[in-house]
Design a protein around this ligand. Sequence first.
Ligand code: HEC
Ligand code: HEC
Length: 289
Amino acid sequence: MAKQNKPKQVPDTGYEWDGIRELTNPPPRWWMISFHASWIFCIIYFVLYPAIPLVNDYTKGILGWTQIKEFKEAVAENDAIKAPYLKKVAEMDGQALMADAGMRNFADSSAKAIFGDSCAGCHGTGGEGAPGLFPNLSDDAWLFGGDFDTIVESITDGREGSMPAHIDTIDEAGINKLADFVIAAAQGKATPEGLAHFNASGCADCHGEDAAGGAINDLGSGAANLTDAIWRFGSSKEEVLRTIRYGVNEDPDEVPNTRIAIMPAFGEKLSPEAIKMLAVKVHQFGGGK
Ligand code: HEC
Ligand code: HEC
């Protein structure tokens, strides 16, 4: 008779369910090793690191590690790497900064976050602006100027281009003729009579005798070039009529339909280095002069 392969006799715990006995075999070796390693790890961790919440506090651990401390150390490390570059930014003028490819890249990339925080809300992440509200910084049409120093000035002191309302000083027929002239000028179809009327109406004082905005831009008044196809506020006759009738940045209590165009000043909010780096970024958008 074949020998029956009997299971090894192991004492049981005395518990039995449906004929299944619970034996007193020890847990497998690998399991015991992991188990002991785990609690030893926990104790070491609890001793070294912050771990147990108390009523108003927590156990700190002997290493004194905190997330904030680690973050601050990383920031300090980063600042230390940037410090020599920032010193150079402070010392270099715009021309030198723009001419040095390494510094230009440093400024452009360092200004990315500042532009996102302080400027993109109005001018868009790529400086594309918003029609009728905020000027495009990435084209080569400028109200105040696209050279480095003028951009720095725009950011530091802010801008508030102003154009008077003409509804009380020019009659409706005259305003209508001016709007037709401005629309024609933007399409390169200005007539000499139109330009003469424009000059006689006092518009040239700010927009220049050729309506190209150029002359007065040197004075920094921000008067738009009216001979390009780039519109600050809108090209429809209705929009042009509104600008001529109600002007720009008149007191809105007196002239409710005036256009509001205010660039806030950042001279007190941002460091001179940050403003220089922003100017590089704006210049690099593509329209810098
Ligand atoms: C609250 C909205 C707003 C914010 C924020 C803002 N701008 Fe402006 N910005 C304007 C407006 C509006 C104008 C046009 C002013 C005018 O028409 O007189 C302008 C004009 C400018 C100009 C002049 C453009 C030209 O054609 O000459 C520059 C340069 C400029 N902004 C850069 C910046 C930078 C850089 C920042 C961030 C530090 C910034 N702006 C933040 C609204 C804003
Ligand atoms: C005191 C200076 C001043 C005078 C005078 C003036 N303008 Fe302006 N004009 C401006 C400025 C500044 C702007 C741009 C405002 C801005 O974007 O901040 C402007 C903008 C405009 C625009 C909007 C252009 C666009 O791209 O949307 C039109 C149109 C215009 N002017 C027409 C006229 C006409 C027509 C006259 C004469 C009746 C006139 N302006 C007189 C300063 C002036």
